[in-house]
Design a protein. Structure first.
Length: 434
């Protein structure tokens, strides 16, 4: 059994920055830079839900930064004070998430329920409409003929480029027009529950083993999924990616604590919501094979998404194919609005046959990752998280159609990875018997 600590794998420069002043220096930097980002968003964003988020979140981040300054000053004079320790930093993180994500989310939901039509991104409407269709027709998807019959300005909203499970978050809106029926409220509930379970699992080391470094790494990973602007802004204004991300982080936590079957079930739930979880599922299955648990992981990881797809396939096969295959691949009746200026998009737009070039680069990157996994499969959950993080980062940068907000996945996976070296946990037996 390995006795390595989480910080053994960190680059020296990152370890020095992360642990400076007991982690408070980086906390201050995170909150201060985030406050500036939120203020700029409030002043300059062309998306009205983003502007509304920025106005509230800037004050929340600024308050957290002032608390961090107070903690730094107190640490200088009273370094042993409980107000500067790890529990206090956890409390500030929870309060900051409440202020910069949950409060703006609830405020926008209340305003929307009162009649404001500019207090939600389009994905919120899409998920809620898919929930309504699920109740009425048994499938969350419109067929190609139904989408074509919509007015040109409404055809984009007719598409639901998610897996069938995502429609469940739209069911409350089908029952009520109250603010708590907003899909974002339930995205937040699902996210909070999954993150709470993940943190609780990783903070319960075996046989009384403890590690301050591990708990500090876990806090940093939790901050990436909650208070980092790319996560907080997404949850408050759109939100559909956050429960998917949180479930993937929970699956990695279960893998790190030697629960391969449950890891497969949880990542399968994420895969039943959105395609972004499928690469994570594949990596976890390979991790499971290394520990003679590949089948246990695969049953949940691939079985649950398949079970979610089957009813919609039986109800309307053409609608399923149009929404989850043709539209994301750029062959729908309208183009996806996801046009962030990453290399793949720039290549697709600027070069002759640019989309083919971008697609070739994406395939080449996928083959390189596949070869890496075949030659050096991930034997630890930490390595699996790093593979997911770097792999998704490359994919997001090279996809011709993508969003800036998708970066929350690789950022969270990479910052979550150090917390997956759990002290005192024995992993399942490896195939080589080591």
């Amino acid at each position: 059994m390995s006795t390595a600590t989480p910080t053994d794998h960190r680059p020296g420069w990152w370890y020095r920055i992360d642990t400076s002043a007991g982690g408070l220096a980086l906390d201050l930097g995170l909150y201060a830079v985030s406050a500036a980002f939120a203020a700029i968003t409030a002043a300059t964003s062309t998306l009205l839900p983003h502007r509304a988020w920025g106005g509230i979140a800037a004050l929340g981040y600024l308050s957290a930064a002032l608390v961090a300054i107070g903690q730094l000053l107190l640490r200088r004079h009273r370094p042993g004070s409980p107000l500067v320790g790890l529990p206090a930093r956890w409390l500030v993180t929870v309060l900051a998430w409440t202020a910069v994500a949950l409060l703006p989310l609830v405020w926008q939901s209340v305003q929307r329920a009162a009649g404001r039509t500019d207090r939600a991104q389009e994905e919120v409407l899409v998920v809620e409409q898919s929930g309504q269709r699920l109740v009425e027709t048994g499938t969350p998807y419109l067929g190609p003929e139904a989408i074509a019959a919509l007015p040109p300005g409404e055809q984009l909203l007719g598409y639901t480029p998610y897996q069938p499970g995502m429609a469940l978050f739209g069911l409350p809106r089908a029952a009520t027009d109250a603010w708590w029926g907003d899909a974002r409220v339930w995205f937040a509930v699902g996210t909070a529950l999954a993150l709470f379970l993940a943190v609780r699992i990783l903070r319960r080391p075996a046989a009384g083993s403890t590690s301050v470094g591990h708990d500090a790494a876990l806090l940093r990973g939790a901050q990436a999924a909650t208070v980092l602007p790319i996560s907080a802004l997404t949850l408050a204004t759109g939100g559909d990616d956050l429960p998917v991300l949180a479930l993937c982080l929970l699956a990695l936590a279960l893998a790190a604590t030697a629960r391969p079957g449950w890891a497969g079930v949880v990542v399968g739930l994420a895969g039943a919501l959105k395609l972004f979880a499928w690469p994570v599922a594949a990596v976890l299955v390979i991790w499971g094979i290394c520990h003679r648990a590949g089948l246990r992981v695969a049953v949940g990881a691939f079985g649950l998404p398949a079970a979610a797809l089957l009813p919609t396939l039986l109800v309307d096969r053409d609608a399923l194919v149009e929404n989850v295959l043709r539209f994301p691949l750029g062959h729908g009746l309208v183009a996806s609005p996801a046009q962030s200026p990453f290399p793949g998009h720039l290549i697709a737009e600027a070069l002759p046959a640019g989309r083919a070039v971008a697609a070739a680069l994406l395939v080449a990157a996928a083959l390189a990752i596949a070869i890496r996994l075949a030659r050096r499969p991930p034997r630890t959950a930490r390595t699996a998280a790093l593979v997911c993080g770097y792999g998704l980062l490359v994919a997001i940068l090279l996809m011709p159609t993508t969003r800036f907000g998708y970066l929350l996945y690789p950022v969270a996976f990479l910052l979550w990875a150090p917390a997956l070296d759990v002290p005192g946990i024995r992993q399942p037996a490896r195939e080589d018997g080591k």
